[in-house]
Design a protein around this ligand. Structure first.
Ligand SMILES: *Cc1c(COP(=O)(O)O)cnc(C)c1O
Length: 359
């Protein structure tokens, strides 16, 4: 598909941009451009791919997304390699997962090469927004939603795909602190539900449990399975790994209620290369507490694109709180984080073909 490049009317002044990206935080400093592609089932599918200025969009008040939440998204980062070139990490995996999410929400597929091309064009247009800070990146948000104006309950026939970007600083200002988890009475996803799809609706449902975690003084919410309320699933937006003293590592299996993280998948590969035995296996909160108590469990970490690898220090449960290891970052957690970050930023050899150099 040909991309139209719209002229840019008002670039952010250089000094305003420089100030904004010096301390960008996360999710508030947006770049100048966006990519937009439209879809009409009755008009041949995808059309009108454009790279243009980032600007508000107008929607009919009856647009299906506003009523029945047909919306999916991805989260990925562009990194700068040591020679200054921009790079994406496993964008094919994001493109593939995007279509898996589309299937679950009865939305059309976007060709995977078009997804990657859209992201590539935006990164190239806005590379000057790359924050000049340690651990900085351009956070990319591809998403798709139903635009057709109707109130009947059926899949929409019209959609919009957009990609926006925002400058992201180091998620953690100094070092990587261990997070505390609040075990929620709410569940995130039931068998047969949308837990494996990256859709906005899952996040809307996680806001109250996350608010409870904060209100109780915890950093993140931990979700258990919806049937037995005992198997550890994941956090609001991160997958979990458990590290044992015998060289075994467990991560919960992808049974449909867990989001198949690309960080999770990459870490399984890297941990196995380190000689560890990684099992995708159910793990209960009671066993977790017991293993933390006996010292059989050495470390627990959470992982996802935004925070990469984050140690878990303590967990709330129905019988009070328990601490993991020393309560701080474990050795394997720190080592595997350095390894992944090094591959993403091109300081460690990419032996898996995960890094896609742009331009
Ligand atoms: C996006 C997401 C993750 C992490 O996936 P990555 O591909 O590693 O960024 C984990 N859990 C949930 C619920 C998510 O939405």
């Amino acid at each position: 598909m040909e991309f139209a490049h719209l002229p840019h009317p008002a670039l952010t002044p250089h000094d305003v941009r420089t100030t904004a990206i010096a301390n960008p935080g996360f999710g508030t400093v947006f770049t100048d451009h966006m990519v937009s592609i439209d879809y009409d089932e009755e008009n041949g599918g995808w059309y009108s791919a454009t790279l243009g200025p980032r600007m508000p969009i107008s929607l009919d008040p009856a647009a299906a997304v506003l009523h029945y939440a047909q919306e999916i998204f991805e989260g990925m980062k562009a990194y700068r390699l040591p020679d200054g070139a921009m790079a994406l990490f496993r964008p094919d995996a994001n493109a593939h997962r995007f279509n898996a999410s589309a299937d679950r929400l009865a939305m059309p597929h976007l060709p995977e090469d078009l997804f990657i091309e859209a992201v590539r064009r935006l990164v190239m247009a806005d590379s000057e927004w790359f924050p000049p800070v340690e651990g900085g990146s351009l956070y990319l948000r591809p998403f798709m939603f139903a635009t057709e104006a109707f109130l009947g309950v059926r899949p929409a026939k019209q959609y919009k795909f957009l990609v926006i970007a925002s400058a992201a600083g180091n998620y953690f200002k100094s070092g990587v602190p261990a997070v505390s988890l609040w075990t929620s009475e709410y569940t995130r996803a039931a068998p047969g539900g949308t837990g494996a799809a990256k859709c906005g609706g899952n996040y809307a449902a996680s806001l109250v449990p996350t608010g409870q975690a904060f209100a109780n003084g915890y950093d993140q919410v931990l979700f258990l399975d919806a049937v037995e309320r005992k198997w550890v699933e994941e956090l609001g937006g991160m997958n979990l790994f458990f590290v044992f003293d015998d060289g075994r590592v467990i991560t919960p299996p992808l049974t449909g209620t867990i989001l198949p993280g690309i960080t999770r998948d990459s870490l399984i590969t890297l941990l196995r290369e380190e000689g560890l035995e990684v099992a995708e296996e159910r793990y209960s909160i009671d066993q977790w507490r017991e293993d933390a108590g006996t010292g059989r469990l050495l470390e627990t970490f959470a992982c996802g694109t935004a925070a990469v690898v984050t140690p878990v220090g303590k967990v709330s449960g129905k019988d009070g709180e328990f601490v993991i290891g020393s309560g701080g970052p474990g050795q394997l957690t720190s080592r595997i984080r350095e390894r992944l970050v090094g591959i993403q930023r091109g300081t460690i050899a990419d032996t898996h073909g995960w890094v896609m150099r742009l331009g």
